[in-house]
Design a protein around this ligand. Structure first.
Ligand SMILES: Nc1ncnc2c1ncn2[C@@H]1O[C@H](COP(=O)(O)OP(=O)(O)O)[C@@H](O)[C@H]1O
Ligand SMILES: [Mg+2]
Length: 247
């Protein structure tokens, strides 16, 4: 059976770069420095899929739902038109919110002994509950770095592996937003790059002494013969679009 694809709705990207789209069920990293429009792009993909009837869930940890909605409005996207099909799970208060949920759930089972494990169980429980209730097919976690911080990964390698397995079992296509690791970062910091099915890099490229241009590059997309070239990324009138970058 041919594999189903998730469209990003970024003009030129689905056709010219992904040759169809993102294979359903993939875990995709969106990496880039601050301000490279990672959140905007992830929300945009979920937004356009929600408009077409495919529900999503946006988990925000770095900025509040209010802050995110304000940004979305500034991009000209109408979040209210998809509020049912694309709820935002606001974890910007981090541990505080999860600890409140733990308190609400009451007594914890023995396997959720440590605080980190209890937080993890509560968070996964919340996502599973929403999966059952809303049957969302796309999931964005913004950001993976913030999630890791809240959950205080003790064994980064094992816990990252566990999360990726869990996301695949969830049966959704997921986008993990993450800062570009520093050049001197230890190999364990790249664990998610090995585990991810897809990697999309976003960059602000200096094109002269004073000018910068947005760039997007799809470094990896399992089971797709993707175009790995750098493309310029434009955002105009509420639409993302890519064009071939002239080197
Ligand atoms: N209407 C707009 N059109 C184009 N770019 C915008 C618009 N509004 C904000 N931006 C850009 O979006 C950037 C922030 O995007 P965001 O998705 O929050 O980035 P990141 O998540 O990578 O930190 C801002 O730095 C700004 O340059
Ligand atoms: Mg962001």
């Amino acid at each position: 059976m041919p594999r189903a694809f998730v469209k990003t709705h970024i003009r030129g990207f689905d056709e010219d770069v992904l040759r169809g789209g993102i294979p359903q069920g993939h875990v995709v990293l969106i990496r880039g420095a601050s301000g490279t429009m990672k959140s905007s792009l992830a929300y945009y993909v979920l937004y356009h899929n929600a408009l077409e009837g495919t529900p999503g869930l946006y988990v925000t940890l770095e900025q509040s739902a209010g802050g995110l909605l304000e940004h979305i409005a500034s991009l000209g996207l109408k979040a209210t038109s998809v509020s049912d099909a694309l709820p935002i799970l606001d974890l910007s208060r981090g541990r505080e919110y999860l600890e409140e949920m733990i308190a609400k759930v009451g007594a914890l089972s023995p396997e959720t002994a440590t605080p980190g494990e209890a937080l993890l169980a509560v968070l996964k429980g919340k996502i599973l509950e929403l999966r059952k209730k809303r049957d969302f097919r796309l999931l964005a976690i913004d950001s993976w770095d913030a999630l890791e911080l809240i959950l205080e990964f003790a064994d980064r390698r094992a816990e990252t592996f566990g999360w990726f397995e869990w996301l695949r079992d969830l049966g959704v296509t997921s986008f993990l937003i993450s800062e570009e690791p520093a050049l001197e970062a230890p190999p364990t910091a790249l664990e998610e790059e090995f585990l991810a099915d897809g990697i999309i890099h976003l960059r602000l490229e200096p094109i002269s002494e004073t000018a910068f241009q947005r760039r997007v590059q799809c470094a990896k997309m399992r089971s797709v013969n993707q175009n790995s070239d750098d493309h310029t990324l434009l955002f105009e009138n509420g639409r993302f679009e890519v064009a071939r970058a002239i080197g």
